[in-house]
Design a protein. Structure first.
Length: 129
């Protein structure tokens, strides 16, 4: 199956905050409002707290990502890699991928900092002709 293409709008939706009543409340007290929160918390959660949510009987992470966040691709990855390091890697990579689909920020040109950093405009040489 060919790789799916994501629009900036779809990436923004997946990366955005979920409604307050649908946030993920982790066993260790961390609250996820979006995938960035999830990646941050997975970097600090204990393996025991992770296993509380992802074990042979259930995978709360994959379910939340599929049903609330709406990212079936990441949900499948979380189901197939039920360890904390693998989940952290999958979520972090997914966030980076989706962020790459967002419009690049406008670049603002700033004048050089400090005295003597700006060079005067070059004088044009007279045209021969």
């Amino acid at each position: 199956m060919p790789a799916r293409k994501y629009s900036g709008e779809e990436a923004r939706r997946i990366l955005g905050d979920v409604p307050q009543e649908k946030r993920f409340w982790s066993h260790d007290g961390c609250i996820y409002s979006n995938l960035r929160d999830m990646a941050n918390c997975l970097g600090h959660i204990s393996d025991a707290d992770f296993t509380y949510h992802a074990n042979p009987e259930k995978n709360d992470y994959a379910n939340w990502v599929a049903l609330v966040v709406g990212d079936d691709t990441l949900a499948r990855q979380l189901k197939s890699n039920p360890t904390r390091p693998a989940a952290l890697r999958a979520v972090s990579q997914r966030v980076r991928f989706l962020e790459s689909k967002l419009s690049p920020p406008q670049r603002v040109r700033h004048p050089p900092k400090g005295p003597g950093k700006a060079s005067p405009p070059k004088a044009r040489s007279p045209r021969k002709g």
